[in-house]
Design a protein. Structure first.
Length: 248
């Protein structure tokens, strides 16, 4: 069974070119293992066949930063073992990852009413195996939402189920390579080559304000102590056109 993708109509405003939205201050993002927001855990080691949750949060927002959506681009790499092939064609077949936008009392959800999402895991093997990567597109649109200053908001929870993951070689039905180090990184606004896939918040005007990071390590998490995380970005990122084409 393949993981179902939720499709919604993307408005012209939501796909507007990235530019300054004139916000009170730059929204900041942070990635962390676990679910205990705002506690940040930057590395997770594989220990056993179980689930490993991760959250993506936004902070540094004020009431002046009213918004209608978020658009997150993550990249898993540099090598992607079978245990991290959460795309539909991969070893995990897309069934072993759960995505939601649920918040907590301490870190509420960053979303308004009538939320609609589009998500995609896409594997790229067109380069040498040493740099094969996986894209993750997490986008959400909703009715107008006004943040409360000083609040950290949950944008996404990703729960990776490694019940079928093993160290070493792949022996079906299990997926190998769970012991390998890798990085899960968000696009960095300073990366000139990836302007079309920057992650950010959509202002009421539809203009996207890219996320910045209070410190560089907020922009990625590591698995088994992965290194060179800011370099985990693919050369051929997924686009809205590619995602929408899946439904034609």
């Amino acid at each position: 069974m393949k993981r179902a993708l939720t499709m919604f109509a993307v408005t012209a405003a939501a796909t507007a070119a990235l530019s300054t939205a004139g916000w009170a201050q730059n929204p900041q993002a942070v990635l962390s293992w676990g679910a205990a927001c705002p506690t940040v855990v930057t590395n997770m080691n594989y220990t056993t066949k179980t689930t490993y949750p991760m959250y993506i949060a936004a902070k540094n927002l004020t009431a002046s930063d009213a918004n209608i959506g978020t658009d997150i681009n993550l990249f898993i790499g540099r090598n992607v073992p079978d245990s991290w092939r959460f795309d539909d064609a991969g070893c995990q077949t897309g069934t072993q990852v759960t995505l939601n936008n649920s918040g907590t009392k301490v870190c509420p959800a960053l979303k308004g009413t009538n939320a609609l999402a589009i998500t995609q895991f896409q594997y790229y093997s067109n380069e040498a195996p040493a740099v094969a990567r996986e894209n993750v597109r997490l986008a959400l649109t909703y009715d107008n939402f006004t943040p409360v200053a000083g609040t950290t908001y949950i944008m996404w929870n990703l729960i990776f189920d490694h019940s079928f993951s093993d160290p070493g070689a792949t022996v079906p039905p299990d997926c190998g390579g769970a012991e390998q180090p890798l990085c899960i990184a968000m696009t960095d606004p300073s990366m000139r080559d990836y302007e079309s896939v920057k992650s950010g918040v959509l202002a009421l005007t539809g203009i996207q304000e890219p996320f910045t990071f209070a410190q560089p390590s907020d922009g990625y998490v590591t698995w088994n102590g992965g290194s060179n995380c800011p370099q985990a970005v693919p050369t051929e990122p997924s686009t809205w056109g590619k995602v929408k084409a899946l439904y034609h």
